[in-house]
Ligand binder design. Sequence first.
Ligand code: PMP
Length: 355
Amino acid sequence: MSRYMSARFDGLEAYVPGEQPQDMQYVKLNTNESPFPPSPEVLSAVNAAETQRLNRYPDPEGKALREKLAERYGVTPDNVFLANGSDELLFFAFMAFCDQGRPAAFPNISYGFYPVYAQLLGIPFTEVPLREGFVLDPKDYCVLNRNIFIANPNAPTGRAISVADIEEIIRTNPNHVVLIDEAYVDFGGESCLPLIEKYDNLLVCQTFSKFRSLAGGRLGFALASPGLIADLEKIKYSTNSYNINRLTAAAALATLDSNDYYLENSRKIQENRAYTTAELAKLGFETLPSVTNFIFTRCPRVEGGTLYRELKTRGVLVRHWDKLEISDWCRVTIGTREQMDIFLDKVREILKEVG
Ligand code: PMP
């Protein structure tokens, strides 16, 4: 830190993203991307003609994309907000809805950006402990009188709670925003989107980074009542009005035209998830039930950090956190069948060495 940095950020611990090695030498199972490329339609939409238009700013309203998303989800464009990845969306939500008098709450084990945004913005926050087995108990969030941030399904655990449980949380916190981060909902989870008609305090966040193979394009979106969307727009226009670039917008429109391709990819990932979980069980691993494109798993014989390092030495990247409650565990993104076979082979090799 230089002597010019504001003292406001002295205590701030920045978010640490997963490793993104640029040489692509690894079997990369560490940041929950799709192993599949975007659809052929996306590749042709991001073409020379679109690139030629890069001298012009993009549409700040993102009209075409909002209309298409609205159509897809059976809502109206004033229910849709676009962001530069759901990370930006989360940041805008913390900024728009939280302050000293409106603190935040989220699970103690969840997406690592929630506490970082709260700290960055000086927002008081409570980390609500998950129960035994990393289970989220909805009762812990009822009548909480705070803005609530829940990833459902949760990361890094992969577990989900029911839409009925979410409704209870929304219903019992009518004066606060309940943000449901559905980054991983398209791998077997259930969206609470139908509830936005009934509750004006529900903000559903989704992303193009996982199911839609567009992590590098950076596109997230929110679905909510027009009031919450207008609040997010106010923050956007006060921060970065052109937050969605032309190429990403073109790619996203084409993505929405190739839904069958992405559904088929999701089916394969769910199949590979079941396969990997079963193979790991044969090796004595304990794996949490997952409705996402990753699994959270631990081996009774090898500590999580050791497994992570040994796999990395062998060319396979997974994710591990040096956090007390989860240090035994590794999060493994589900890739192609070939990638999962390499991962499993390396695990077998490591177990043999451990003896
Ligand atoms: N929410 C959760 C729960 C995540 O795991 C991630 C991805 N790391 C994000 C949001 C952010 O995704 P993106 O910014 O790529 O949309």
